[in-house]
Unconditional design. Structure first.
Length: 131
């Protein structure tokens, strides 16, 4: 009943000349700033983490691009070397074929070498010279 009695009492009236004073706020301004700092610091950390990850992805892509370029350069060099090898192989075949043909001509057909050949110069009849 004490609460009912307290409710029944009239409130004291303010004097008309008195202005109401503002209530002190429950949270002073520095506390709001202090509460915002951890949230801001967390945001900065996340921004830095994402920026680091993006930088890593870019670096990885640059590395892959360099490897691809090196691979293409080596492939071109390989193709050039294969072409050179084929050209040398063909030249070797031609050289070996000439020797083989010469040996067959000398052995099977009885041909003689040019240094074993003697030439006779024919002049007027009766004046034959031997060189």
């Amino acid at each position: 009943m004490a609460t009912a009695a307290a409710r029944a009492q009239p409130r004291p009236r303010r004097r008309p000349e008195e202005k109401p004073q503002p209530r002190p706020s429950s949270r002073p301004a520095p506390r709001r700033r202090a509460a915002a700092r951890p949230r801001l610091a967390g945001s900065v950390v996340w921004i830095l983490v994402v920026a680091g990850l993006l930088a890593g992805i870019v670096a990885l892509n640059v590395g892959v691009l360099r490897l691809n370029m090196e691979s293409e350069r080596l492939e071109e060099q390989r193709n050039e070397l294969v072409a050179q090898r084929d050209a040398l192989s063909a030249e070797l075949s031609r050289s070996a074929a000439a020797v083989r043909i010469e040996s067959i001509a000398l052995n099977r057909l009885g041909l003689v070498r040019p240094e074993q050949t003697t030439y006779v110069r024919l002049g007027r009849p009766g004046n034959a010279k031997k060189e």
